[in-house]
Design a protein around this ligand. Structure first.
Ligand code: UD1
Length: 418
């Protein structure tokens, strides 16, 4: 086990290049088995979720060559349609393998997926979408067995714009017979990135980024050399950290439109935000003002993946903030840890009332999920004195070289083994 020691209270200054998006890289890695030609995915972030996904691919029989930060995936010898249970427990995105493995082998076996402990996270929308495409699904002994001699295009209406279900259905439909129309699809930028990747392999997908995604099945998909989109959540995390600690940051390689909801809030908090091409510059001086309400919703709304970090910021702003989590049931577990640092938060179900305090005090705290862990790091950076964040493995799922990047901004952080 490792923990992060933070000596808080300093401002953050400097420039960072954002990593490639976890939530784009994971479905792209899953998609690499759609072809038996070589797939190169560039600049894979140094995060454990990506490593686990690569491990799943090698369990399926894919050859993986690492060249610097790139991964070259050769799935010409992939033979297994079974995603090992031990892997699916670790990483929820293993569920995307369902769509791509089905396309490749016409059958797939997977155990119920894991991931962050932030609520029930059912997969009913994935499964009902696949059924519409003619896939037979049998659930037995904790496993899901899928099979389809022929995958056939269909019209699918999602009850909710689930990111994972949208991506999985795209992966299952990409070589189906005929046209699939997916309505009420998720509009997240990572869906657009997946479309771009699939089309670069020879697929015919259009509409990603809107509520209707149309997939015309093709017979053959070929190899691709691809650089995934930027990690808007990592960028947002560093912007929030700088906003609450005070200072100035220049984040490069970001498309500001993908962070519009957060940037709007940060301006309301009193930060100055400038956008220059692919750069966002944020300046923060003095105590932030709270915003009355922040409510998570699917893109382009405020991202649930920045809710915890933004709540950490609100703990130190002047005034009260009502935080409403509309996507996941139990995404406030970190609030109890923030309270140990002196935060004034009341949580009821999916709602938290945060009353801003003048200062937080460093304390030993434990990360219980990925973004909640990032919120604790942010609180530690802004707090007086020493904070220890335990269970860093959660944070390592999504933030590559987190301490190195924080140190580049002048933060006093280090990691030690315990
Ligand atoms: C993805 C992201 C995650 C982000 C989330 C919402 C990846 C790897 N992960 O997760 O970081 O927090 O989008 O932006 O991209 N739901 C169902 N049935 C289903 C599927 C989902 O009820 O079959 C519900 C979920 O319980 C949740 C909501 O839909 O309440 C959103 O989930 P979804 O968009 O599917 O999130 P993920 O794809 O799991």
């Amino acid at each position: 086990m490792e923990k992060m020691i933070i000596n808080g209270g300093g401002r953050l200054y400097g420039s960072l290049q954002v990593q490639r998006a976890k939530n784009a890289v994971l479905p792209l890695l899953a998609a690499s088995v759609l072809t038996d030609e070589l797939v190169r995915i560039r600049e894979i972030p140094k995060i454990s979720d990506a490593e686990n996904m690569l491990r799943i691919l090698s369990e399926l029989g894919c050859g993986i060559v690492r060249e610097g930060n790139d991964a070259v995936i050769d799935s010409s010898n992939a033979a297994s349609h079974e995603i090992p249970a031990v892997m699916t427990k670790e990483i929820r995105s293993s569920i995307f393998m369902l769509g791509s493995v089905l396309t490749r082998f016409h059958r797939a076996k997977i155990s119920y997926p894991g991931g962050c402990d932030i609520g029930l996270r059912p997969i009913d929308l994935h499964l009902s979408g696949l059924k519409k495409l003619g896939v037979e699904i049998v659930e037995e002994g904790g496993y899901i067995h899928c099979s389809a001699d022929r995958i056939k295009g269909a019209e699918i209406v999602l009850d909710f714009p689930s990111v994972g279900a949208t991506e999985n259905i795209m992966l299952a439909a990409v070589k189906a017979e005929g046209r699939t129309i997916l309505r009420n699809a998720a509009k997240e930028p990572e869906i657009v990135d997946l479309q771009r990747f699939l089309n670069a392999m020879g697929a015919k997908v259009q509409g990603a980024g809107t509520a209707d995604v149309v997939i015309d099945g093709v017979e053959h998909l070929h190899g691709v050399d691809y650089t995934p989109m930027e990690d808007r959540i990592e960028a947002g995390t560093f912007l929030i950290a700088t906003a609450v600690c005070g200072g100035e940051i220049e984040m490069s390689g970001v498309f500001a439109q993908n962070l519009a909801a957060l940037l709007h809030k940060l301006r309301e908090n009193g930060c100055k935000v400038y956008i220059k091409n692919d750069k966002i510059v944020l300046e923060s001086k003095g105590r932030l003002k709270s915003v009355d309400l922040v409510e998570t919703s699917p893109f382009p709304g405020f991202p649930t993946d920045l809710q915890a970090q933004y709540t950490a910021l609100s703990c130190l702003a002047k005034g009260s903030t009502l935080v409403v989590e509309n996507l996941f049931e139990t995404r406030f577990k970190y609030a109890g840890e923030l309270k140990r640092m002196g935060a004034d938060i009341t949580v009821r179900g999916r709602t938290a009332i945060v009353r801003g305090v003048r200062s937080l005090q460093g304390a030993p705290v434990t990360a219980c999920d990925l973004r909640g862990g990032a919120a604790l790091v942010i609180a530690g950076l802004a707090a007086e004195g020493r904070t220890e964040v335990l269970d860093l493995s959660h944070v390592d799922r999504g933030y590559g070289e987190f301490e190195r990047k924080l140190r580049l901004l002048g933060a006093k952080v280090r990691r030690i083994r315990i």
